[in-house]
Design a protein around this ligand. Structure first.
Ligand code: FES
Length: 129
């Protein structure tokens, strides 16, 4: 849409900023996507654990693209973390590792991580879950 006629989503986003909601993580749902964090909390080469609609989610920013995956391991559902040095999503329970695009790097997990649509708008990360 043009600047003269902002979309519904843009209007809601602007109202959220005016209301001061933009600075808070996981604080709002806008058109199906949930605002989860300001993008400065997710610098290149890092990851961030959060929850969206009470579900663990891990955000990854590698290669200039922010992606969102289930924060639960596909082996036995332990909560995942991030190994900065390895640049891998790691499971503390049995040692599985996942690449920043959610693929299995090391088992015992055999299935990739479910991915959710993520986007960055106006300096904020949104996840559609
Ligand atoms: S639950 Fe993650 S490796 Fe077993």
């Amino acid at each position: 849409m043009s600047d003269d006629h902002p979309s519904r989503r843009e209007v809601i986003g602007r109202l959220a900023v005016l209301a001061g909601l933009g600075a808070l993580p996981a604080c709002g749902v806008f058109g199906g996507a949930t605002l989860v964090a300001p993008v400065e909390k997710l610098p290149e080469g890092s990851a961030l654990r959060t929850t969206v609609k009470d579900q663990p989610v891990i955000l990854v920013n590698v290669g200039g693209k922010v992606r969102a995956f289930s924060g639960l391991c596909t082996h036995e559902s332990c909560e995942l973390g991030w190994n900065q040095r390895q640049q891998l999503i790691r499971c503390p329970c049995h040692g599985s590792g996942f690449t920043p695009d959610g693929q299995v790097k090391m088992g015992p997990a055999t299935r990739p991580l479910p991915e959710f649509p993520a986007s960055v708008r106006d300096g904020k990360v949104f996840v559609d879950l």
